[in-house]
Write a protein that binds this ligand. Structure first.
Ligand SMILES: C[S@@+](CC[C@H](N)C(=O)[O-])C[C@H]1O[C@@H](n2cnc3c(N)ncnc32)[C@H](O)[C@@H]1O
Length: 204
């Protein structure tokens, strides 16, 4: 999946992944990270998600990274300058810890699952590289029968989360939530069971 895929989707406004409200599991689970107000939070593959605004409203200093200039422009136009939210335009895989700066938390929704398997391994390594020890990540995955629909979003099962992050993070499943009613386009494409799973990852 090369950058052109995503740039084209933004240019054509094919952004079915974008949600008109912060992700519903964010408010439910974020407190489990135990981060103080003022903690610096990273949002990889951020799109123009309202999750960044919600996190900023919790008092966090939010840094998002997004490949598509279109998305970054739209975010700025739709919200104007925001005190605690910085959305950078760039490639996550070019980011290094020095240019990101220290972070204490990460929110991943529709980021890991946006990527095909080989890139997911690269993504997990990059997240580990960017996360100092103790960093806590709230990860949201989607679980469904991949044979019924090609991604993205891709199915990422609990076993894969352990494979990807188990060597660098403590992995805790917080909740598995039936989600087919929330995402009707999955049912339209033949998926008959869908769950969102929420994980707390703590960097060792
Ligand atoms: C499925 S969308 C999810 C966006 C956001 N997390 C949300 O919930 O709306 C994935 C986003 O990642 C961006 N993206 C893909 N590869 C990227 C990369 N290597 N670096 C930064 N952003 C990337 C895409 O342009 C797209 O906006």
């Amino acid at each position: 999946m090369d950058p052109a895929f995503w740039l084209e989707r933004w240019q054509r406004n094919e952004i079915g992944f974008h949600q008109a409200a912060p992700h519903k599991g964010l408010a439910r689970h974020w407190s489990r990270l135990g981060l103080p107000r003022g903690a610096r939070v990273f949002v990889p593959l951020a799109g123009k998600s309202l999750d960044m605004i919600w996190l900023g409203a919790q008092g966090h200093a939010v840094v998002g990274i997004e490949l598509a200039a279109e998305a970054v422009r739209a975010f700025a136009t739709e919200h104007g300058p925001l005190e605690r939210v910085e959305l950078r335009c760039g490639d996550l895989f070019d980011l290094d810890p020095a240019s990101l700066g220290p972070i204490q938390g990460v929110f991943d929704r529709a980021s890991l699952v946006a990527l095909p398997p080989a890139m997911r391994r690269r993504y997990a390594r990059k997240l580990a590289e960017l996360s100092p020890p103790g960093t806590r990540t709230l990860l949201v995955t989607m679980e469904y029968d991949q044979a019924r629909m090609p991604g993205p979003p891709h199915a990422v099962l609990e076993s894969e989360v352990h494979e990807l992050f188990g060597a660098t993070h403590a992995v805790e499943l917080l909740e598995r939530d039936a989600a087919l009613d929330d995402f009707p386009r999955f049912a339209q494409r033949g998926v008959d069971a869908l769950a969102e799973a929420y994980f707390l990852l703590t960097r060792r």
